[in-house]
Design a protein. Structure first.
Length: 113
């Protein structure tokens, strides 16, 4: 009887450990790191077209969604090669970045420290 209880307990512990290991990690908001600063997606498209000469660069590296970018040209969502431009009159008149995500310019706000 004791052996059966120990066996059942061991199985329960292994199942709980497997569930915990397979649990997805928390995903942060879409973020990019540009000019030594983090910008967070507003998830809203900008109703403007960005002039080619305003483009500062493109996303060079994509990291895991649960991480925070910490190097210039890095993002934590699938946007490798996406162009970005600084804008001074974004949503609500705020300054930030426009990032070309799936053929739309999306407004990214600077993250407050």
């Amino acid at each position: 009887m004791k052996r059966i209880l120990i066996l059942i307990l061991a199985i329960v512990v292994m199942v709980l450990a497997a569930v915990r290991i397979n649990r997805p990690k928390h995903q942060h908001a879409n973020m990019v790191f540009v000019e030594d600063r983090i910008f967070v997606s507003s998830q809203q498209a900008l109703p403007v077209e960005i002039a080619p000469e305003a483009i500062l660069g493109s996303i060079e590296e994509v990291i895991e969604p649960h991480l925070t970018p910490d190097q210039n040209g890095q993002a934590n969502f699938d946007c490798l090669g996406a162009d970005y431009a600084k804008i001074t009159n974004g949503l609500g008149g705020k300054s930030g970045l426009a990032v070309l995500v799936e053929h739309e310019w999306v407004f990214f706000e600077p993250k407050e420290p």
